[in-house]
Design a protein around this ligand. Structure first.
Ligand SMILES: Cc1ncc(COP(=O)(O)O)c(C=O)c1O
Length: 406
């Protein structure tokens, strides 16, 4: 009772400060949760029984097997993954795992298939059907194989080629990389930016440049795998807070600062809070105003992954910072990818010039990875500035078509 009153008082105080953030997720109905877990339990037991029968030749096994001469090699999949794929996923994979034969626009075309052996193999029926697309990252509709984006990309590829076949630090930097980096920095509102060939590697290879031993990294529990891998490669101490739970984040910040580093209790060299703009699997938005307030209160830094928010949120597509009306200078590292809204490939980091200079000098991506094929990204970014109304029109069309068909 006392804690409920305390929570209400805190909410009231936040409302007064204008920092309140409301996000509503429909809770899973109790019986749906019970039946789902029960279903899993039944499938699990049944799967164990079927595996037993397969292993003792009572039933034919149709899964891929290691060749006998490879038996001494480590298995390709961990036991449970293989068990799950064979016995649970196989039964329902046709719900998601469907070949498409068109670009992923507001609608797409699926190849119709049928299975005569309960999902082990599929045969095309020769039919193709068009469906409404509610699941792609092509948020602004630029990933098309005809129209102005495609035409401009073809022209640019004729002029610049498709690859430099070399890392940026060797022979892989061209004038168009510089143009793209300037364009990103201007668009985001930061002093400088650097681009990389892969969004995943932008996180995993650059986080170790920013923090290391003696630092503390505080990460949202639902952060993307590239952030998790990047965090592990830093060598910093990692603490995880409950998804978007700002009270939990604050309590971790407070106790970590009081206790200092493990064993020595020295102050942390740096504290980095790592969050995403829009979480791709949940569709939730980061509580950015509160993250910024906590960062300032506790003297931490913020790393914001805008893979899903850049181009798609904010009146001019500048992402979650613009959406909340925050100041981009309050975010230390602005990371994003070209693979979603911009219909291209690769990722970027935009930050103060000193930080980007450090990344240019020390990033593994700079020395060991092929330079970005930047042409489509530059065009995507430019188009997003000029053709956003068209993109919003497409999104409205999808919504209208969905409403019509449901
Ligand atoms: C939040 C987030 N960060 C980074 C990435 C990696 O981007 P890419 O797929 O371009 O490698 C993804 C990919 O979906 C993502 O969702």
């Amino acid at each position: 009772m006392a804690s409920a009153t305390k929570k209400q008082a805190k909410k009231g105080q936040q409302q007064e400060e204008g920092a309140v953030f409301q996000e509503d997720f429909e809770p899973t109905p109790f019986w749906v949760a019970v039946m789902t877990y029960l279903g899993y339990a039944v499938l699990f037991l049944y799967g164990r029984l079927r595996d037993f029968m397969r292993n003792h030749n009572f039933e034919q096994s149709k899964t891929a097997k290691e060749m006998s001469k490879m038996k001494s090699f480590p298995p390709l999949y961990r036991d449970f993954e293989a068990f799950y794929t064979r016995n649970l996923y196989r039964r329902i994979r046709d719900c998601w795992n469907r070949p498409i034969c068109s670009t992923p626009g507001s609608t797409f075309t699926l190849v119709e298939r049928e299975s005569k052996d309960h999902g082990w193999t599929f045969q095309p029926t020769g039919e193709k059907k068009s469906y409404i697309n509610l699941g792609s990252y092509n948020y602004l509709g630029f990933a098309e194989n005809k129209g102005p984006c495609a035409d401009a990309t073809i022209d640019a590829i004729k002029k610049y080629g498709v690859t430099y076949s070399s890392p940026r630090a060797e022979l892989g930097t061209s004038t168009i990389h510089k143009e793209l980096e300037d364009c990103v920095a201007r668009f985001i509102g930061k002093e400088d930016a650097m681009v990389f060939g892969m969004g995943f590697a932008t996180n995993s290879t650059n986080m170790p440049v920013l923090v290391g031993k003696g630092c503390l990294l505080i990460s949202d529990e639902l952060n993307h795998a590239s952030l998790v891998l990047g965090a592990r490669l830093t060598g910093a101490k990692i603490k995880v807070f409950r998804h978007n739970d700002m009270e939990h984040l604050e309590s971790i910040l407070r106790t970590s600062i009081i206790e200092g580093q493990p064993r020595t209790h020295r102050p942390w060299r740096k504290i980095l809070i790592v969050v995403e703009g829009v979480y791709s699997m949940e569709g939730s938005l980061v509580n950015l105003p509160e993250v910024i307030r906590l960062k300032k209160k506790y003297g931490a830094y913020v790393y914001l992954d805008e893979a899903h928010s850049i181009g798609a949120l904010g009146p001019t597509g500048r992402g979650v910072v613009e959406h909340f009306g925050c100041d981009v200078n309050d975010i230390d590292i602005m990371m994003g990818t070209f693979t979603k809204s911009f219909g291209g490939a690769g990722g970027y980091i935009a930050a103060d010039k000193v930080i980007i200079d450090r990344i240019r000098a020390h990033s593994h991506s700079q020395r060991r990875c092929e330079a970005l094929d930047e042409v489509a990204d530059l065009l995507g970014l430019k188009y997003s500035q000029h053709h956003k109304p068209r993109a919003f029109r497409d999104i409205k069309q999808i919504a209208a078509a969905a409403a019509d068909k449901l």
